[in-house]
Design a protein around this ligand. Structure first.
Ligand code: TXA
Ligand code: MG
Length: 338
């Protein structure tokens, strides 16, 4: 059966249409919906059967836990215990928004959602459609990104359908997601904030709010379940090759491209806006200007998926500055490059 598409004007939150989606969730179904980061694949977070459907539809590994989405701060108390003071400060400042916090779970959260961990990931999205969906459902919504496991996250309903048409009940099409990269995932240990996945909430802003250093968990993930565990995440079908961010980056891109072209490969260049004029002999997609990393983040997954549609074998991606949201962009590009 085809997935039902429910089109919503993002400027006007149509409660009647969103109620249809909430009803599907109420019956234990699966609905993809926009958030400000990427599209999520939602199910009733308090129903083990409904949540199991997410893993099946995405072909997701059964040891990769889900994020639980809430619409109201008071819903948090039902889900978690022992909220550290610093976690409270972070939620106050960054919710609703692209921040996911890992906290000690209560029994009401099914084991399948947390894949047996005693912690649960919680996020309060800022997107009006997502908030209304959670409110109308009347329960928290478990939702990973709405892509097939390992593929780039969807920033359009079309991407969701490319991966999951027929495998899920409905998608709420609310247009392009504004941030375009997933939430920042943080955990708290010994009064410290540890970033498990850089994302839409800028780490510099977190530093400014808590007034101390923030640990960034790089590869050898501090816990088994953290988002660093699956290196093949965010991968388009094409092979991604990174061109380092240095003074000879442009020359380096051309060299690499010519080498792959002579080897008979179809190559696409994911270029900074500032460099695009140098690559006019080749197939180019522009990520965005390097001095506006927010707009680069918004284009990243869309560009990777667009290259797949172009049928390229190799994507030569220009590395960007690893600061602010650039940390999240480079995290995804490095993982896509494997
Ligand atoms: O922006 C986002 O975060 C999107 C939207 C839909 O909210 N969601 C998203 O979900 O990106 P997902 O499942 O693709 O990524 C969530 C990551 C997973 O890699 C998982 O390992 C980590 O969060 N995670 C979930 N629960 C965890 C836990 N209890 N401890 C550590 N990491 C956890
Ligand atoms: Mg994901």
């Amino acid at each position: 059966m085809n997935t039902q598409v429910i089109t919503i004007d993002p400027q006007r939150v149509d409660t009647e249409k969103i109620a249809k989606a909430a009803e599907i969730l109420n019956k234990g179904g699966l609905v993809a919906f926009p958030t400000e980061t990427v599209y999520g694949l939602g199910a009733n977070a308090l129903s083990p059967d409904a949540a199991a459907g997410i893993f099946e539809a995405k072909k997701r590994a059964l040891d990769d836990p889900l994020i639980v989405h809430i619409a109201d701060q008071k819903d948090l108390d039902k889900l978690v215990d022992d909220v550290p003071k610093i976690a409270g400060i972070m939620m106050e400042k960054f919710w609703p928004g692209p921040l996911t916090v890992i906290l000690k779970k209560k029994d009401i959260v099914p084991d399948i959602v947390t894949t047996g961990l005693d912690t649960v990931a919680v996020r309060m999205p800022d997107c009006p459609i997502a908030k209304e969906l959670i409110r109308l459902a009347g329960f928290p919504i478990a939702a990973p990104s709405a892509n097939l496991f390992g593929r780039p996250s969807p920033t359009l309903a079309e991407h969701v359908l490319d991966d999951l048409n027929g495998a899920i009940d409905a998608v709420l099409d609310g247009g392009k997601t504004s941030i375009g990269i997933e939430s920042t995932v943080v955990t708290f240990t010994e009064g410290k904030v540890v970033v498990l996945r850089p994302g839409g909430t800028d780490i510099d802003e977190i530093r400014a709010v808590i007034g101390k250093e923030v640990d960034i968990c790089t590869h050898g993930a501090i816990i088994d379940s953290s988002p660093g565990k699956y290196p093949s995440h965010y991968s388009p079908k094409a092979q991604v090759v990174l061109a380092e961010n240095n003074t000879s980056q442009k020359e380096n891109v051309i060299e690499k491209t010519e080498a792959y072209v002579s080897a008979g490969k179809k190559v696409g260049i994911l270029s900074k806006k500032e460099h695009a004029d140098s690559f006019t002999d080749f197939a180019v997609r522009i990520l965005g200007p390097e001095n506006d990393l927010r707009s680069c983040a918004a284009e990243l997954f869309h560009s990777l998926r667009a290259f797949d549609k172009d049928g390229v074998d190799i994507i030569i991606a220009e590395a960007v500055k690893e600061e602010g949201i650039g940390l999240a962009i480079m995290n995804r590009l490095k993982k896509a490059a494997g």
